[in-house]
Ligand binder design. Structure first.
Ligand SMILES: [Zn+2]
Ligand SMILES: [Zn+2]
Length: 334
């Protein structure tokens, strides 16, 4: 294959990286500017609504000799601020509709961060055994989110199997839940390109986060679903992965194999720690991640819970509710 950038350019796709102010993201977020059939442009992801994000996006458009006013459709891969944060502004500039999977609509619409929803998180985190100040981290994080991403007023649905026609290629929408419940990728089958956003990054694991989606108990089993979605992506005959952060890369099967074996080691470690007796996810988190900072507890707790759910699916552990706390116990042959 020619250089990834020129290969993408032949498809009428231009990657514009925009800076993101949190290191866990894995570097600048990519906005893919795609030439539309019949003129105009589409966006796959819209960057972040910070001043630096806006400036980088506008500079990218200028370098292409194009303007935001030419945008006809805005596709958002998933409901994280580094991917939809600038969508509202881009929409105001262009009048373009914004599309995303329905399971992430509440995030784009700002409905996922209301007072009542914070109370649901408070109750659930307490059941996981988390200290009360974790909720304060969540609350502060939600305020940051509002600062860097203005909510949209309307979002149109896309989902598994939606066909998208662009000027020089067609793509199919794949719903690959895990990193968020409504994450989608674009699969340009004829070109062999997977626009993978945060489902698949070359060097960063995808942080499947706890997500209540407005319920007292999550139905989204982030890591279990992620693993299934990763297996699905592994089977695609992709020549090039155009990710949500970092440079396009090849060899996605090896990247996925590495990631899955990394999670399996972590699951083995958790089983080992559970040999000491039943524990809450919050008791396990600092033992699994002894070097994590207190501000990372939400991430580490999500990661531990995700791995526990995978172990639960396999019948290696089970949960019990004891005095209002969810504890996990080893089961089956040791
Ligand atoms: Zn991201
Ligand atoms: Zn993300």
């Amino acid at each position: 294959m020619s250089e990834p950038a020129s290969f993408l350019a032949q498809l009428g796709v231009h990657r514009v990286p925009v800076p993101v102010p949190f290191p866990e993201a894995g570097g600048p977020a990519n906005v893919y500017v795609i030439e539309e059939d019949g003129g105009g442009l589409a966006l796959f992801d819209a960057g972040i609504g910070t001043r630096e994000g806006r400036e980088a996006l506008l500079a990218g458009f200028r370098a292409l000799g194009r303007s935001l006013g030419e945008v006809r459709r805005i596709f958002v891969s998933h409901g994280h601020i580094d991917h939809y944060g600038y969508a509202r502004a881009a929409q105001e500039e262009s009048g373009a509709p914004v599309y995303a999977h329905p399971r992430d609509h509440d995030k784009l619409l700002g409905r996922d961060r209301s007072g009542p929803r914070l109370q649901l998180y408070a109750a659930y985190l307490e059941r996981l055994g988390a200290p009360r100040d974790l909720l304060e981290h969540v609350r502060v994080h939600w305020q940051d989110v509002r600062r860097m991403a203005r909510p949209l007023e309307q979002v149109e649905p896309i989902g598994e199997g939606t066909r998208l026609r662009f000027a020089r290629f067609s793509a199919e929408v794949l719903h690959l839940p895990g990193h968020t419940p409504g994450l989608v990728c674009l699969w340009a089958k004829d070109a062999g390109v997977l626009f993978s956003d945060d489902h698949l990054l070359e060097r960063v694991s995808p942080n499947p986060l706890l997500d209540l989606e407005g319920r007292p108990e999550p139905i989204h089993r982030a890591l279990s679903e992620y693993v299934q979605s990763a297996r699905r992506a592994r089977e695609l005959p992709a020549r090039l992965i155009a990710p949500g952060h970092g440079e396009p890369f090849t060899g996605h099967a090896e990247v996925i194999d590495r990631l899955l074996s990394f999670y399996e080691k972590r699951q083995a470690r958790i089983l080992e720690l559970l040999a000491d007796g039943p524990q809450t996810p919050a008791q396990l988190a600092p033992r699994v991640f002894p070097h994590a900072r207190p501000s990372q507890l939400y991430l580490t707790l999500s990661e531990v819970m995700g791995n526990l759910e995978v172990l639960e699916d396999r019948g290696n552990v089970r949960r019990e509710e004891r005095n209002g706390r969810i504890v996990f116990l080893r089961q089956g042959p040791a």
